[in-house]
Each structure stands twice: as structure tokens, then as C-alpha cells.
Design a protein around this ligand. Structure first.
Ligand code: SAM
Length: 297
């Protein structure tokens, strides 16, 4: 790779963008990671080698991409900004046979590639708030489950991913992520490490795939429906959320009463007060109730 660029220099970045007639867009959450030390730390956390296929979501002008290519990985970069795409492919990495660019909204483009090529070894990205949470949720719901994912995220998203029962950030997003992954906050990044300086704090989180998911594969789809229903309105009770969600439409009021009784969860509890065992118990009870009613009819 012959491209050498001073990614730690705001002056060099501004000049590069000027030459290409580009500017940074708030809409796409564009804040470049200047600090080489931080970028190296992220790559260390990824535990990569030159046999690996890596997806990078939102490469920008390639500050992390350059490290991944230096390590010899096959990098597929998903970038929405056409101007940055021109820099990446025409100037920076276009002649590197280990680099491939998928232009467009990663939230829409990843699935097509996944269907053709399957799961990569690693996924990483420094992602804006809205894209970060939706992207992680879509990948897991779509069963694109690499051995390891490493993301730089706004602290609020990271806190929801790493939350434990009883935390105020404990949510259906937490359960979705932790079902297949051990999620850890690796380190925080000061806003001064970015250009332009954002008004949020960022954290790097690592997601390591569990050997065995916390939810049995036969229960997975039902479990996802149940947690979505249970957290639909945080202030509502477990019973009312089940009744007004898809679960209620499937098993009805009698079914909901039966399910809560057999799972041992008090109807007046709220989802944020439940732990893993209770979410699984509710899902199992629904599955049993459905099986029993189907065989009775
Ligand atoms: N990776 C670079 C870095 O760390 O310096 C840039 C990170 S910047 C915070 C986020 C990048 O994600 C931008 O390049 C932005 O254009 C891109 N982006 C935002 N939304 C996107 C989406 N839906 N699909 C693909 N890229 C997106």
C-alpha cells in the first residue's frame, strides 16, 4: 500500500477535502479519528491477521482502513459519502487488491453481500449514533455474526450495549446484543481525539461471539418478538406490554395470564426489572402454550 496520508493532521485533512471540493457533513456524523495511538489501540482490540476478511462500516477517508490494510486483511468498506468514496477508491486504496468499496447506505447494502459471501471474520466501524445502534441490531437480527466486532460509538449507545439487569440502560437492544456476544467497554475516547471535535463522548466496545448463545436457537425468533413487546413502553407493566404487542395478538389475554403464571413472573413487573432467566422463562412459556393450544385444536 503506497498511500501515506497524515490522518492525524486537521490541516492535511482540510486540504484533501478542499482539493476534492468536499466538506464534512453533520448529517452523516462525520468526525475523523485523528489520534494514531487510538487507531492502533482499536486495531489491537480487533485481534486481526492477514487471513481475515474484515468489514469496515463508515471508513470516512480511510484512517482506520489504512491500518487494516497494513495488517494484510481483506477489507470491504461501506461508505455512504460519494465524495469520500472517490478519495478512497481513486486516490487512497484503489490499487490495493485487498481493498473493496461498497458505496451507499451500509444499512441497506450489507445484506446483499452477506447473502452472497456469508459472514466476515471481523466487523468494525466508527459510527454515528443512529447508524451505530441500527447497524448492530440489523446484523444480529439478520444472523450475520462474526467472531468479533469492534465499534467506536457514542457513549450512550455503548452503555446500552454493555448494560446489566437493573441498569437504567437495560433494554431490548442490550438483550439482542448480549444474546450472541460478550460485550465489553474497552476504553473511552476524548472528544479532542476527533476532527472536528464532537459534542459527545465516545467509547470503544468489543463484542466477542459466545460459544453458545444465551437463547436456544429454537427459541430465538420468539425471544426477539417477546423482548420487543416487553420493552415497547418502558413504563407499562409486563402484562400490558404483552397484551398490546404481537404476543397478545398470538396468544390472547388468557394466554398472557397463563404464560405469566407458569413463568413465575409477576404481571405488575416492568421489563427493566427482569433478568435473563425471566425473559427466557416467558419465551419458553409462550412456546409451550402455543404448542399445547395447537395440539388441543
Ligand atoms: N472511520 C473514519 C474515522 O474513524 O476517522 C470516519 C468515521 S465518521 C464518525 C463516520 C463515517 O460513517 C463517515 O465517513 C460517514 O460518511 C459514514 N457513514 C455515516 N452513515 C453511514 C451509512 N449509513 N452507511 C455507510 N457509511 C455511513
Amino acid at each position: 500500500m503506497s498511500w501515506k496520508f497524515a490522518y492525524d493532521s486537521p490541516t492535511a485533512i482540510t486540504k484533501l477535502l478542499e482539493v476534492h471540493g468536499l466538506s464534512m457533513s453533520k448529517k452523516f456524523g462525520q468526525n475523523f479519528l485523528l489520534s494514531r495511538q487510538v487507531r492502533e489501540h482499536i486495531v489491537d482490540e480487533m485481534k486481526i491477521d492477514d487471513s481475515m476478511k474484515v468489514w469496515e462500516i463508515g471508513p470516512g477517508i480511510g484512517s482506520l482502513t489504512a491500518h487494516l490494510l497494513e495488517a494484510g486483511c481483506m477489507v470491504t468498506a461501506f461508505e455512504i459519502d460519494h465524495g469520500f468514496c472517490r478519495i478512497l477508491s481513486d486516490e487512497a486504496f484503489g490499487d490495493d487488491e485487498n481493498f473493496r468499496l461498497i458505496e451507499g447506505d451500509a444499512l441497506k447494502t450489507w445484506e446483499k453481500l452477506f447473502k452472497v459471501e456469508g459472514t466476515p471474520d471481523r466487523i468494525c466501524g466508527n459510527l454515528p449514533y443512529n447508524v451505530g445502534s441500527v447497524c448492530i441490531a440489523k446484523l444480529i437480527e439478520g444472523k450475520c455474526l462474526p467472531q468479533k466486532m469492534v465499534y467506536t460509538l457514542q457513549k450512550e449507545v455503548a452503555d446500552r450495549l454493555c448494560a446489566q439487569p437493573g441498569d437504567k440502560e437495560w433494554s431490548s437492544f442490550t438483550l439482542l446484543a448480549q444474546m450472541d456476544y460478550v460485550v465489553k467497554s474497552a476504553f473511552s475516547i476524548n472528544s479532542g481525539a476527533f476532527y472536528p471535535v464532537p459534542n459527545v463522548t465516545s467509547s470503544v466496545i468489543t463484542m466477542d461471539k459466545r460459544e453458545k448463545p444465551l437463547v436456544d436457537p429454537s427459541l430465538r425468533d420468539l425471544f426477539l418478538m417477546v423482548i420487543r413487546d416487553l420493552f415497547a413502553q418502558r413504563r407499562k407493566t409486563v402484562k400490558n406490554n404483552l397484551l398490546s404487542g404481537k404476543t397478545g395478538a398470538i396468544i390472547g389475554k388468557l394466554g398472557v395470564d397463563d404464560v405469566l403464571e407458569s413463568s413465575g413472573v409477576l404481571p405488575g413487573k416492568r421489563a427493566e426489572q427482569l433478568d435473563w432467566a425471566q425473559f427466557i422463562a416467558i419465551s419458553e412459556a409462550i412456546s409451550n402454550y402455543r404448542a399445547k393450544n395447537l395440539s388441543d385444536n
